[in-house]
Design a protein around this ligand. Sequence first.
Ligand code: GCB
Length: 591
Amino acid sequence: MLYPVENKVREVKNLSGIWNFKMDYDNIGIQEQWQKEPLKDTIPMAVPSSYNDLFTEEREKEHVGYVWYEKSFVIPDSWNGKRIVLRFGSATHHATVWVDGTEVVKHKGGFLPFEADITEMIEKSSLEEHRVTVALSNILDWTCIPCGEIIHKEGPGYPEGFHYQETYFDFYNYSGLHRPVKLYTTPKKYIENIVIKTEIKENEAVVKALITSTDEIRVVKVVDEAGNIVSEKAVEKCLNDENKWYVETEMKEPHLWNPGAAYLYQLKVEGENDTYAEQFGLRTIEVTDKAFLINGKEFYFQGFGKHEDSDVHGKGMDEALNIRDFNLLKWMGANSFRTSHYPYSEELMMLADREGFVVIDEVPAVGMCFWDGNSVFAGNRVNDDTLEHHKDMLADMYNRDKNHPCVMMWSVANEAATHEEEAVPYFKEVIETMRSLDDTRPVTMVHTTGPDGDKVSQWLDVICVNRYYAWYTDHSHLEVIGLQLENEMNKWYNKYHKPIIMSEYGADTIAGYHKTPAVAFTEEFQCMYMNEFHKIFDKLDFMIGEHPWAFADFQTKQGLNRVDGNKKGIFTRNRQPKMSAYMLKERWSEN
Ligand code: GCB
């Protein structure tokens, strides 16, 4: 899927702003077909944003089920004869979209884009103003990723109809139209997709592009950052498919995309009617048993697991926040991050391309492990529908992010119960699917299960492990960290002979809380805690990275060990540093 762009033949209309909004308290709107008429009794709502934290009452904030969005738009006469597409950056988690009361698209999966071609209905319509209506449900069950379930309880201790959304992941189930909604045009014959793969030899690069297009493609041009055309080639149609076009074009003295020193080219595809410039970068990735090499140089991941999360906006896309986060990452000497635990906005990925951050791109497969010993994969929880949806999300993530040079590795899940026998065929298929989509990037998965229990890492390239020694186990006994960590990491390595990234480690820390001797939750403790991990990372040559958890404090559901969210941030939720930020800055600036 291509990002909507403006150029001499394409136009974009951003529908972000204030929409009409209506809570479907009793989840009756679908049955009553609210889309047929303009919504009644609406309130204003910001798009993009999560709606939850904009409300003042729990009933709305914690609503389980449907909410409705509506916006009117006009199509300018100048768009006559063009193909018109309505595109959602994301809708969390299930959306049905109507235009003027007619369904145009349905989508499941809260963190990836989807679109509807509305040309025909616009052409047939005599209306001057159109109405887009969205019914959005935030319900998570075992057929979705992330997984969840609705818990119903009854009996004398519970009010009638008592129920709530249970989730098995540690972030708030923010809901809404989280990313921009856009209308865009293309010519009627148009370029649908471009897949770019590159090969770098000595002082030359080959750029290979597979183009899906109903338009006759003429030529591709590679344009450098200064706007010079550095390569140009006529394109040939693939013999076996009418709408597929393939080209290979060479360029001399390529400028590589390096971490911290990005360089972006554009592949300009020119057709008879349509044209599209897709950004790409030149870099190689190689994984050995002990190293991750980018452009032939060993790369050590230093950075964070992050969240799309902030005050008021929730998970709503916020360009100012993205810029602030990237400036903080640079200030600290961080070179990478993981999109824990779902693909982040396209706008953020483009920024990462430009700023030279290395990204581990994670699909929203989180919450597939129970901590009480109950099984997730054997029985009536994760099922065939979950697997199908998981595979769909991998494909959507790949289709959206395939040409981003910043994406250096795919993560197919976070903390799944990979010790369960039934998880083996599941993840074999998931990993095979990822590889069949992309043969150019390594695949990882983020573990909570230890090396003795894990049954799936033989299929991965890199092993990512989350560990909280002396926090969730042996709480506050820092002296156990070194021993337990070294022992476990050696076990992982001896079992699989693959490089390891510590993808999470950290301690909840209240900003401004200080004590000596240090105790858990103080800023001093957070520094001492991480230092114990660092001593071991520095000893083990197969450790290829450290991503403390988490970049910033973030909101979670309420829980006994969550006082207004997860406080393991190195920054506060407001993006101000705790003491540990200075400690990490010093460590990372040395490398
Ligand atoms: C984890 C999860 C992450 C949590 C973190 C914690 O392992 O991957 O989502 O927030 O632990 O703080 O407990």
